[in-house]
Write a protein that binds this ligand. Structure first.
Ligand SMILES: Nc1ncnc2c1ncn2[C@@H]1O[C@H](COP(=O)(O)OP(=O)(O)OP(=O)(O)O)[C@@H](O)[C@H]1O
Length: 122
């Protein structure tokens, strides 16, 4: 908030709330569990195939990007549902846009994973 004094305690609380958000995502959101499984698989495969440092950076980055998009998507869905649960054409566009953003990151992750893993597997 504007003009509020800096407080270490407030910063710690912000972290606590952020972790509460992550916990909610992984426990309650089905997509969260699916992405967690996919990330676990990709990291396991990366260790197995002994990928390079640069390849690790690419894999970790796309995992983080997909999670970030999916967490924002969940937040937007929750916000939209808080506005109205009635069928609403604007809510449809808002939710479809958020889902589209997740799809873009998922395609990116699949391409990066394919480029790194496929030549090492076949
Ligand atoms: N209130 C609404 N009005 C109009 N269309 C909606 C509404 N709510 C959802 N939709 C449509 O249904 C789709 C799915 O919405 P929903 O909220 O169920 O998300 P979801 O993709 O099933 O998410 P999740 O599986 O993570 O719960 C949306 O992308 C949108 O096209």
């Amino acid at each position: 908030m504007e003009g509020k004094k800096f407080s270490i305690l407030d910063r710690i609380k912000s972290f606590k709330y952020a972790f509460e958000g992550l916990k909610f995502f992984f426990v309650n959101e089905h997509n969260g569990r699916v992405h967690f499984g996919a990330a676990f698989f990709a990291i396991g495969l990366s260790f197995y195939l002994k990928i390079s440092n640069l390849e690790w950076i690419a894999i970790i980055s796309v995992i983080a990007v997909v999670f970030t998009a999916e967490i924002f998507n969940s937040a937007i869905e929750k916000l939209a549902d808080a506005v109205t649960l009635e069928i609403n054409p604007q809510i449809k566009i808002i939710k479809d846009l958020a889902a589209g953003a997740v799809l873009v990151t998922a395609v990116l992750a699949a391409l990066v994973g394919g480029i790194i893993f496929l030549p090492k597997l076949f």
